[in-house]
Ligand binder design. Sequence first.
Ligand code: OMP
Length: 304
Amino acid sequence: MTDRTPGATPPAVPGTTPVGTGTGRPAPEPFGARLRRAMDTRGPLCVGIDPHGSLLTAWGLDDDVAGLERFTRTTVEALADRVAVLKPQSAFFERFGSRGVAVLEKAVAEARAAGALVLMDAKRGDIGSTMDAYARTYLAPESPLFSDAVTLSPYLGFGSLRPALDAAAAAGSGVFVLALTSNPEGAEVQRATAADGRSLARVMLDHLAAENAGATPLGSAGAVVGATLGDVGADLAINGPLLAPGIGAQGATPADLPRVFGAAVGDVVPSVSRGVLRHGPDVSALREAALRFADEVRTAVAGG
Ligand SMILES: O=C(O)c1cc(=O)[nH]c(=O)n1[C@@H]1O[C@H](COP(=O)(O)O)[C@@H](O)[C@H]1O
């Protein structure tokens, strides 16, 4: 009989083979271990690549595919050999159709080759059979968009993400699941109460903690928790990474991190997009801005 208990592994999607299984190759190093090393050596910072039309214009570029290509190439060149994580926001590339996605593919490959971990910000979430296709897009090593990690939305039920969780584990990649997002509208859903009395965010955090149980030095199933939220009154220790967007343009600063994350602050990957990108197109200015954020984060995490 099929196990229907919450958190049980759902049956395989009919007609599909789970992504990345049965290759006979040795298991790749898990994302959590790779991320911990990158955070230790490069500093715990994620810079988002968000090519807003207004930023392209501010950089003196046209808001077209050529501008997108130039903006992306400059950002990768400036940062991929020094920041721990680069997070391209897929929407800003998709808006140009297939030519924009081609720019994204190239950026992913070049950023990874330069040593950055690439977190694809796609915020995907769907029924399991479609989730399997998303897993093949971002988490299958043979895909042109294969990334070190991907952002996922769990609001079709955490269990619907299973194909992506399994594909990530098989590929040595990671996931970041939306728990408490940085935008004020998120509370309506994420702080709503589930049937058992927990908030929906708590339910997601508990699922992630279960995914990461026993992993060392850090699990590969991360949560997204906005740096903008103040004291969230929740234990955020999930033995996995905590992506903290909202620094810079949305008003949060690295100094806010200890208040939001408490004892889990050492597992936080703060994320900033416009706060760094607005310093372009000068490569040195982009680097200096990222370095400043990374230094401020280190100081905040160390309690200074
Ligand atoms: O998953 C994300 O990265 C994310 C989650 C969240 O709760 N809030 C949030 O702002 N983001 C993303 O983080 C980036 C924030 O950009 P800036 O506000 O320019 O730093 C955008 O790409 C958002 O889509």
